[in-house]
Write a protein that binds this ligand. Structure first.
Ligand code: AMP
Ligand code: MG
Length: 416
């Protein structure tokens, strides 16, 4: 099969090279702000954080049972201790304790100083004020040591970490109320195209609804970014240029869709060349070849193609890593999965192809992948059904069912 789109005079820039160029151009934001712990979710820590208190702050019981001293154990024999009171979570037992005594204790209650051990309530026999311990009683069990999770003043989390729900809990457990996080990346996006109609208006002949702004808005909904939808622009070079120059003064990144190709109504590349700097235009990717990347003033510019699937693929592989680097995150290497293809795929050499797939496992846990449906770059339905990309390298000339293929999970795939 001949890929007419790959008939270029010189080889196209490969995806990995394009990603490297993009990442090289991104400088991590320096500014930070101090926010309440809850507002830190999904933000990037600007400084290391240290514990204000130990966690746990005092030694306490891991079980409902009886607290006692290991000194009262009689090796190899059962023994009885006198019950003198109760330690509740939040209400410690503070009276003096003598040898031969024990205390009823509940999970999370502070262990009285005199004690170092807890026995589960199921393992003792209670008769009035006497608690009978079996010969198998072990010392030092069921006690959570002070600071066993985090010691006072220890480093809890390091700068440049993205804060997860668990991190918020961890920081709360050591008394941290406010945190310094890197500022949000300011992102603006436009759709471009004379054919685009906004939702709520009837479609005239030749018009389609602008779906890209809805997709992009969803893809950019992340605490790392503050996002502005700047609407639809016509295929008018003057309006496009003026709008881009104005937006570039206020944002870290502009994303446009449409008009990045070579048609007479495609102006993005010329505008970027005229009013900014073009880093590259066009790369060996399918879908998404006509992508223009560069800068207008201090603002990074991504001119994505208009086709809805190309927008998503290029966002996932080229824009998202850029935004994450700007935001201060290290770019982790993706988990790569090899799966057996259940479908045939036609392909010609020349571009790295990202196909929409459905990944499953057979009863032995082996990965299987099938096509999620039609693969045209305008077909959003198969993208909506897919849970992975099947990534076919530049040189690949097609896949037969039974072949092994590389699969990347969709960023939105849940683990449960
Ligand atoms: P272009 O990159 O401008 O040549 O557009 C390629 C294809 O994507 C055309 O069929 C456009 O109509 C379509 N397209 C461009 N922008 C959008 C958009 N915002 N929403 C949906 N389809 C679009
Ligand atoms: Mg267009």
């Amino acid at each position: 099969m001949i890929d007419f789109c790959s008939q270029e005079s010189k080889p196209l820039l490969e995806v990995e090279e394009a990603i490297a160029k993009i990442l090289e151009a991104m400088q991590v934001v320096k500014d930070h702000e101090v926010v309440d712990l809850k507002s830190g979710l999904g933000r990037v820590l600007a400084q290391d954080v240290f514990a204000n208190v130990s966690s746990p702050p005092e030694k306490n019981s891991a079980m409902d049972g009886y607290a006692f001293s290991s000194k009262d154990i009689i090796n190899g024999n059962d023994f009885a201790l006198t019950l003198v009171g109760t330690a509740w979570a939040g209400r410690p037992y503070t009276d003096k304790i003598e040898s031969g005594q024990c205390v009823r204790i509940y999970t999370g209650a502070v262990l009285p100083d005199a004690f170092d051990s807890v026995i589960m309530q199921e393992h003792v026999i209670v008769s009035h004020k006497f608690i009978h311990f079996p010969a198998t009683t072990q010392p030092y069990q069921n006690v959570r040591k002070m600071g066993e999770d985090i010691a006072l003043a220890a480093a809890v989390l390091e700068a440049n970490k993205i804060l997860s729900p668990i991190d918020l809990g961890l920081l709360a457990s050591v008394g941290v109320e406010k945190i310094a996080v890197k500022r949000q990346i300011r992102v603006a996006f436009f759709s471009t195209g004379d054919e685009l109609q906004t939702l709520g208006q009837p479609l005239g002949s030749g018009q389609i609804y602008d779906s890209n702004r809805y997709t992009l808005n969803g893809l950019l909904t992340d605490p790392l970014y503050s996002v502005s939808d700047l609407g639809v622009l016509p295929d008018d070079p003057n309006i496009l240029e003026a709008s881009f120059i104005k937006a570039a003064e206020h944002y870290d990144v502009i994303i446009s869709t449409g008009g990045a190709s070579v048609g007479d109504a495609d102006h993005i590349k010329e505008i970027l060349t005229r009013c900014g700097n073009i880093n590259f235009w066009k790369l060996a990717i399918k879908p998404g070849k006509p992508l223009a990347f560069g800068k207008i003033g201090n603002c990074h510019f991504f001119g994505l193609p208009g086709n809805p699937v190309a927008v998503v693929v290029t966002f996932h592989y080229l824009v998202a890593p850029a935004l994450r680097k700007l935001a201060g995150l290290a770019i982790a290497k993706k988990l790569q999965i090899t799966a057996t293809s259940l479908s045939d795929f036609k392909k010609s050499a020349g571009r790295q192809e990202y196909l929409r797939g459905i990944l499953t496992q057979d009863p032995n846990g082996e990965f299987l992948v099938s096509s999620a449906g039609k693969q045209g770059s305008n077909i959003l339905r198969s993208l909506s059904l897919s849970n992975c990309y099947i990534v076919l390298p530049v040189a690949c000339e097609g896949v037969n069912a039974g072949d092994k293929v590389r699969v990347d999970l969709m960023p939105s795939v849940s683990i449960i």
